[in-house]
Write a protein that binds this ligand. Structure first.
Ligand code: F6R
Length: 619
């Protein structure tokens, strides 16, 4: 939530780099955006801020000329409002000083928890606040120190030591126009390395068009950035050596590649995301190969699994529970991170904790990991983001290789998570001898073929969504039903629909529907039934019949040519046949497309749904 960028380098490049960086970070928030630039010839700091999406700031920048583009250093921010509504006054960068001392500017991602008392203290000393934000206290604390002659680094460190909460902050001062100082505690921050220029950002995605070489900034570290030097120190001034790493994501991956929206592009990238995620993790006999993990899956020390995650990643976790319990016969608890972290959780060193997070930054999931650490659990992170915070908190990491996901609604990263978690289930089952190797290899083969099956699903659904989407015209809500491992798929379908179309949608186990939600059913509440194979399919069908008897209009997600589905449903969204345990993978595709097309039919921005941000770095 909130994205920050910084640049020190060449004239004519600064504004462009900052704006491109913000464009690539807009998924983190789009309530407002702004820039602070160190103007040439000691003309101080100029800020430009606009409410609303980045296009508004781009418009304002487009109206500038001359000196504005001659700057060599600046910082930028895209905001997801926490303290203070979206307004120009509350937009970052926030400034301080400028009267008896140098003017300073800061951008911030995180929350200053003790902002109210700091504000009172600063106001007591005559400081005038211009916004309702928590961040403005940092600007004034910094300005007060800069006024006494402290360097930007010293002043920022001094200011940060007064803060409680989380921050990634980048600051500049009119007195040191060619330096940016940044620091972080719990919110993400990376440094990008260039030639005669250096960069800062909340995430590597911001800078892929400029560099692929990065340095991570760890908790409690400060970075001093000029065009030719990058110095990292602790908050106590000790120098830190950090090795650079290279990311393999390309700048092109951040483009639309001819698609109308990132969400649609990313739905269509799912076969490639699965392919890349599975590559090298199944051997020639379709047995799972996870030697990349630095702990032994066969270890008799693992007696139970706890999965922590939020949102869509939580749904992937629910699917993993079905797979691990069924294949490896290990008990699995799945918890929403924000609940788990405060639940005084029970566990010991025999608990394997699997933390799933696409971004690797979700504050609640990081805190859940910390809670699990407290009881001695071993932590395995599943994330799409190389080097993200979670990778540094975990004992082992399984990366999904979906490439950068820009659309706020997770799609390709969900399927990639599910693939990795199925590999884990197969790996645990194999290592523990819980199932015959042939049975596991058969599922491994199914998984290997899943990219082509998802491709086939996309082909089958092409041009077939219209009638189903039409059933949502005038709808007031929707019910998504599934049983067994198709229940998490139903939950994911409902989440996708509500987050991008703003229609209330419930995901429910079909058999539980008669205990309440069936009261929702009428002509204006379409029912989406996710049918699979096996015994639960018949049960789901009869639950769906019960809704039809009460006037429901049903959309079935079912195997191509499924006649029984055709009899109960007005519309069938076909998926190809796959081994029964893998049906959630193909069944998710029509649900994503349904949500996408319903939202588009309502004229909504699917990539930037209201009130949301992709990376939830505050509690
Ligand atoms: C929904 C969605 C969110 C995320 C959730 C967790 O489409 O994207 O529900 O799944 O915020 O995010 P990560 O996986 O980054 O921890």
């Amino acid at each position: 939530m909130c994205g920050i960028v910084g640049y020190v380098g060449k004239e004519q490049r600064c504004v462009e780099v900052l704006m491109d960086g913000l464009r690539n970070l807009e998924y983190r928030g789009y309530d407002s955006a702004g820039l602070a630039l160190a103007m040439p010839d000691e003309k101080g700091i100029e800020t430009t801020r606009e409410v609303g999406p980045l296009d508004n700031l781009a418009g304002a920048v487009g109206r500038k000329n001359g000196d504005f583009f001659k700057v060599r250093a600046g910082v930028g921010h895209t905001r997801w409002a926490t303290h203070g509504r979206p307004s120009e006054a509350n937009a970052h960068p926030h400034t301080g000083g400028g009267e008896s001392g140098p003017e300073v500017a800061v951008v911030h991602n995180g929350i200053v928890e003790n902002h109210a008392e700091l504000r009172e203290e600063l106001e007591g000393r005559g400081c005038e606040f211009r916004s309702e934000t928590d961040t403005e206290v940092i600007a004034h604390l910094l300005a007060e120190r800069a006024e006494t002659g402290e360097s930007l680094r010293k002043a920022l460190v001094g200011a940060l030591k007064r803060l409680q909460g989380s921050f990634a902050v980048a600051a500049m001062s009119a007195d040191e126009p060619e330096t940016i100082v940044a620091a972080r505690h719990q919110s993400p921050l990376v440094v990008g390395l260039g030639e005669g220029e250096n960069f800062l950002a909340s995430a590597v995605q911001a800078l892929l068009g400029n560099t692929r070489k990065f340095l991570f900034v760890e908790n409690g570290e400060v970075v001093i950035l000029t065009d030719s030097t990058v110095e990292i120190q602790t908050l106590w001034g000790e120098p830190v050596e950090r090795e650079a790493f290279e990311v393999d994501w390309s700048a092109e991956a951040m483009g639309l590649d001819g698609y109308e929206d990132f969400m649609l592009k990313e739905i269509h990238e799912q076969p490639a995301a699965l392919q890349a995620t599975l590559a090298g993790r199944l051997d020639a006999d379709d047995a799972v190969e996870l030697s990349e993990l630095n702990f032994d899956l066969a270890s008799p020390g693992v007696e139970r699994v706890v999965i922590v995650a939020c949102g869509t990643a939580y749904h992937a976790g629910l699917l993993a529970k079905y797979a691990i319990e069924r294949l490896a016969r290990l008990p699995v608890e799945v918890a929403v991170s924000s609940e788990y972290r405060y639940a005084d959780p029970i566990g010991d060193e025999k608990t394997l904790v699997v933390a799933i997070s696409q971004s690797g930054e979700t504050t609640d999931t990081l805190a859940a990991v910390e809670a699990a650490r407290a009881f001695g659990g071993r932590v395995l992170a599943v994330t799409n983001t190389q080097g993200s915070l979670i990778t540094r908190e975990a004992d082992a990491v399984l990366l999904t290789k979906a490439g950068p996901e820009v659309g706020v609604a997770a799609t390709k990263t969900f399927l990639a998570q599910v693939a990795v978690l199925y590999l884990l289930a197969l790996g645990l089952a194999g290592a523990r001898g819980a199932r015959p190797a042939e049975e596991l290899a058969e599922i491994g083969l199914g998984l290997r073929r899943s990219p082509e099956k998802v491709e086939e699903a996309l082909g089958l659904l092409e041009g077939r969504m219209g009638e189903a989407v039409g059933m949502f015209a005038g709808a007031r809500c929707a019910l998504f039903l599934g049983r067994g491992h198709l229940f998490p798929a139903a939950l994911e379908g409902a989440l996708k629909l509500k987050e991008i179309s703003y229609l209330p949608a419930e995901g429910y186990p079909a058999g539980e529907m008669k205990h309440g939600p069936i009261a929702l059913v009428d002509e204006q509440c379409p029912v989406v039934a996710v049918l699979g194979e096996g015994t639960l399919r018949e049960k789901t069908l009869s639950n769906v019949e019960e809704t039809v008897a009460r006037g429901a209009r049903v959309i079935a997600v079912a195997r191509e040519g499924d006649e029984a589905a055709g009899r109960v449903a007005r519309v069938t969204l076909p998926v190809p046949e796959v081994p029964e345990i893998l049906t959630p993978i193909v069944s998710t595709v029509p649900l994503q497309l349904l949500a996408y097309h319903v939202a588009k039919a309502r004229g909504l921005n699917v990539d930037k749904p209201r009130n949301l941000a992709k990376s939830v770095t505050v509690e």
